[in-house]
Design a protein around this ligand. Structure first.
Ligand SMILES: Nc1ncnc2c1ncn2[C@@H]1O[C@H](COP(=O)(O)OP(=O)(O)OP(=O)(O)O)[C@@H](O)[C@H]1O
Ligand SMILES: Cc1ncc(CO)c(N)n1
Length: 273
């Protein structure tokens, strides 16, 4: 049976981030993709020009209508825009006992534009985090959630990942894409300890939507039955390949998108082989 995977996120008409990137990632992994939209974002590779927020009550309507009809095997949460939408999503996911939830705590786009109200971080930490199976912050997001300064090295990242877990979330993938170096290193913290996930840094300007792709891939792989550490490792591998494949694209003049090639189409039912 093909798993059903849901994204709850904002949009990107240029197809590099948000709902559009998540749906491509779900398809590339051979899962069935679904989307509940929280905000319509006028953005491209060069930045965000405006945001039209969806009323929280309509986000709830979309979620309830979907959960009333469809079995949802995993959920990826991206841009939530404000505290009211955060509370609504937390309440409805809990009402339907949603499982296998990945939260990418999107706060600021690569272009520097805010995608989450500054006063909503507390709601994210206190109301949504307890419902989540994996959180995937980048360095500034981790610092904001902890009320600390950003880590500047991988040892500092490991300590912050541990402190994030102590806030009540089961697993943390702290992404180190913003650190410079020959490798791009993330820290995965789970019940059984921390590990570094290190991949070669791809030299490219196509780095828009990398966080969206990574979290969506982890949700899709988890829905296919992989344990969380395997799902996260394979998601990171997929992302590195999608960044490399971006050299085939010619999309926009700024931070370009990654390319979602169908690498793991599950013809033989063994998507990771
Ligand atoms: N140049 C690169 N080469 C390989 N991997 C990269 C590169 N840049 C980022 N990554 C990886 O991409 C993932 C996302 O990293 P990053 O820390 O940039 O997240 P983000 O800021 O949330 O992304 P975005 O806001 O674009 O969605 C991480 O796994 C990171 O290691
Ligand atoms: C809708 C949306 N979600 C997330 C990001 C972060 O990359 C973005 N730029 N846009």
């Amino acid at each position: 049976m093909i798993p059903n995977v849901l994204t709850i996120a904002g949009t990107d008409p240029s197809g590099g981030a948000g709902v559009q990137a998540d749906l491509k990632t779900f398809s590339a992994h051979g899962t069935y993709g679904m989307a509940v939209t929280t905000a319509l974002v006028a953005q491209t590779t060069t930045g965000v020009s405006s945001v039209l927020e969806i009323p929280a009550s309509f986000v709830a309507d979309q979620l309830r209508t979907l959960f009333d009809d469809v079995r949802v095997d995993a959920v990826k949460i991206g841009m939530l825009s404000d505290a009211e939408i955060i509370r609504t999503v937390a309440a409805v996911l809990s009402e339907y006992s949603a499982r296998e939830i990945v939260l990418d705590p999107v706060m600021v786009a690569k272009s520097g534009d805010r995608l989450l109200a500054a006063d909503a971080v507390r709601a994210l930490r206190e109301e949504l985090l307890p419902h989540v199976d994996l959180i995937t912050p980048n360095l500034p997001e981790a610092a904001d959630l902890l009320g600390e300064v950003e880590s500047t090295d991988t040892a500092g990242m490991a300590l912050q990942a541990e402190r994030l877990a102590a806030l009540g979330v089961k697993r943390v993938l702290l992404k180190g894409g913003h650190l410079l170096g020959a490798s791009s290193v993330d820290v995965l913290h789970t019940e059984s300890g921390s590990e570094y996930l290190s991949h070669e840094r791809v030299v490219t300007s196509n780095d828009h939507g990398t966080g969206c792709t990574l979290s969506a891939a982890a949700a899709a792989l988890r829905a296919q039955g992989h344990d969380w550490p395997s799902a996260v490792r394979a998601a990171k591998e997929y992302l590195t390949g999608a960044m490399r494949a971006a050299e085939l694209l010619d999309v926009g003049r700024g931070h370009g998108p990654v390319h979602h090639f169908h690498r793991w189409w599950p013809v033989d039912g063994a998507p990771l082989s």
